[in-house]
Design a protein around this ligand. Structure first.
Ligand code: HEC
Ligand code: HEC
Ligand code: HEC
Ligand code: HEC
Length: 496
């Protein structure tokens, strides 16, 4: 068909298409101009209202608050402890009391003494100082933990690293920096004060990406809205005698790739007190698991659900109260999904309930496997005989921990989390089977005696913990050393 002829014939239609197209373009340009103007106006207001000039690593959040009162006020609300969803929230919850099985799973490791659910960022330092896991160091040179433990708790960490050197920081004892690390997770953890861009302040994250061949400095803004969180909400370990904080991602970020990394490095967090298995402790691989879920695969970042926009008159800003998105469904899920609040909550709770159903099975069976292994040792099993048992126990518990230690995973990546738990259950039964083989070869008959671990106290007694003594020592530490640390920090103006 000749072009002229075509135009003649379709003139009416073309006119309408042109007309419609023009309207759409004008509308879109209008939107763009409006949003650019709005954003410009916001940023201009932000910077022209700067009241103090911030230089260097400023860990005192109150000083940043002078310039950015909205972000500061919402950030302060992470102190709130009144919200509870079906399975999470910011209330204090003693997890060992809820699930005493975990005491047995962590026998021989500090987590069996004390483990509570995460709360808001404002409590990070306090919760850590008061946890039995940090012990009761009365001097700067003693105590069970290295300074590396501070790494995910405060903007004073990058400040001290700059002052004493990264390696030097990690290799000290935890108590060495008690009077320096005093401001809760805040602005300097995530921002560059010059332009308020997201700044990766933790070397471990940048180093991990570097080993994978990626320059984190070239990340998009959308990626940075997750990477800011990946400085802390990840799997990690303390490498070597210098306790150098390391993210084990060299072979990939899946549960299997990280296990392979640890196996190859011959790394073990602790030897299980009952089964003597060489154990791994998963930390909180929120970032790694989130990346495998449906939302990350559609390009979402942590901040899309955990830092929704808020408006104050004409100003749109990011809510810095990092909490469960269930608290603000209207500003989180509903900013993208046209669905009722009830339905959206139902999705979340259904994903979680299904994962927790398997988790509870795994915990009960894993306990039996450890107790069975102990029974085999007690009946004279040899190291050679126990080797297959211990191998399965390490693999089973690593998978369980990886799936549940990150409290958001059952929603962030429900299918991956179910997959990991299924493998954990499989390994747990294989461990039990191997125990039975050992017992049979030893000629031991009958049931494996089951301990009474119906409460946290009973479970702690069963694994041989003297909780009274641990608590008494901690009490001395909290009533004498902590006040000294804070007093010194105030005198040095490190704490306002
Ligand atoms: C400097 C380390 C660090 C960074 C960076 C960090 N977090 Fe956290 N986060 C923590 C710690 C530690 C806790 C637990 C505090 C406690 O229980 O006392 C926590 C707790 C949380 C909680 C639980 C709050 C509650 O109410 O139960 C959420 C949600 C959370 N973080 C989300 C995020 C998101 C999203 C980001 C990124 C925008 C982020 N965090 C960045 C260390 C960090
Ligand atoms: C856990 C990381 C984290 C912490 C801690 C944090 N921010 Fe942010 N902040 C972000 C993220 C993510 C954004 C969104 C950046 C984007 O989308 O470009 C943001 C955005 C901002 C912005 C730009 C305007 C806006 O609201 O979107 C300002 C200003 C700001 N933060 C101030 C602060 C101040 C002040 C503090 C300390 C009281 C603070 N932030 C603590 C992660 C953090
Ligand atoms: C699509 C929305 C969405 C995104 C994106 C998202 N989360 Fe979540 N997150 C949730 C929901 C929903 C929960 C479950 C909250 C509940 O049970 O109350 C949750 C729970 C959590 C929790 C546990 C909160 C608690 O109260 O203990 C943490 C920590 C967390 N997310 C961190 C992250 C991090 C880090 C990222 C990015 C790597 C991220 N989230 C990305 C929706 C999201
Ligand atoms: C920034 C936008 C955004 C936000 C915020 C958001 N989602 Fe989504 N969500 C998406 C997109 C995009 C998809 C993929 C849609 C598709 O494939 O049809 C999705 C998919 C889902 C799915 C289907 C998952 C699957 O397996 O494919 C569920 C359920 C869901 N979202 C629930 C929620 C809930 C609950 C929240 C709040 C905690 C939330 N979303 C927050 C954008 C968002």
């Amino acid at each position: 068909m000749k072009l002229k002829h075509f135009i003649e014939k379709r003139k009416g239609l073309l006119m309408w298409v042109l007309f419609g197209g023009t309207i759409v373009i004008v509308f879109l340009l209008g939107l763009l101009a409006a949003s650019v103007n709005e954003r410009r106006a916001e940023i201009a207001t932000l910077f022209s209202n700067k009241r103090v000039e911030i230089t260097g690593i400023e860990s005192r959040n109150e000083i940043w608050g002078e310039n950015y009162p909205r972000e500061f006020e919402t950030w302060q609300k992470t102190a709130d402890t009144s919200f509870q969803s079906k399975h999470n929230g910011n209330k204090f919850v003693d997890v060992l009391e809820q699930r005493p099985e975990m005491v047995v799973l962590w026998a021989g490791y500090a987590f069996s003494q004390d483990y509570s659910a995460p709360r808001g960022h404002m409590h990070a330092l306090d919760d850590m100082r008061h946890s039995l896991r940090t012990g009761a160091p009365m001097t700067a040179e003693e105590g069970p933990q290295p300074a590396t433990c501070w790494a995910c708790k405060s903007p004073d960490v990058p400040r001290m690293m700059a002052e004493v050197g990264i390696e030097n920081f990690y290799s000290k004892k935890w108590a060495a920096f008690g009077h320096e690390i005093v401001n809760p997770i805040g602005c300097a953890d995530c921002h560059n004060p010059q332009n308020m861009n997201i700044n990766i302040s933790r070397p471990a994250l940048a180093e991990a990406f570097e080993r994978m061949g990626t320059d984190i400095g070239k990340s998009s803004i959308q990626d940075l809205r997750s990477l800011a969180c990946a400085q802390c909400h990840v799997e990690y370990y303390f490498k070597g005698d210098g306790k150098y904080l390391t993210f084990p991602w060299d072979k990939g970020m899946t549960v299997e790739a990280i296990e392979e990394y640890y196996d190859e490095a011959g790394f073990t967090d602790w030897t299980h007190k009952l089964s003597k298995a060489p154990m791994l402790k998963a930390q909180h691989p929120d970032y790694e698991l989130f990346k495998l879920g449906p939302h990350a695969q559609r390009g979402l970042s942590c901040a899309d659900c955990h830092m929704p926009y808020k408006t104050d008159g004409a100003i749109k800003y990011s809510d810095h109260q990092l909490v469960s998105p269930v608290m603000n469904i209207d500003r989180t899920c509903q900013s993208c999904h046209r669905d009722s609040k009830e339905n959206l909550m139902k999705y979340i709770y259904e994903y979680q309930d299904k994962v927790l159903e398997i988790r509870d099975r795994v915990e009960k069976e894993l306990v039996k496997a450890h107790v069975g292994a102990k029974y085999a040792w007690d009946n004279g099993a040899t190291e050679k005989q126990m080797e297959p048992v211990l191998k399965q126990l390490r693999a089973a518990q690593w998978r369980w921990d990886f799936a549940v230690a990150s409290h958001g995973a059952s929603f962030h990546a429900p299918v991956e989390t179910q997959r990991i738990l299924a493998h954990s259950l499989d390994r747990t039964y294989q461990a039990q089977l191997e125990v039975q083989k050992v017992l049979a070869s030893l000629g031991v008959k009958g049931e494996i005696p089951a301990p009474d671990i119906s409460t946290k106290e009973k479970a702690q007694e069963y694994i041989g913990l003297d909780m009274k003594e641990l608590r008494a020592k901690k009490e001395v530490f909290t009533s004498t050393i902590i006040p000294q640390w804070l007093e010194k920090a105030k005198a040095n103006k490190r704490l306002l």
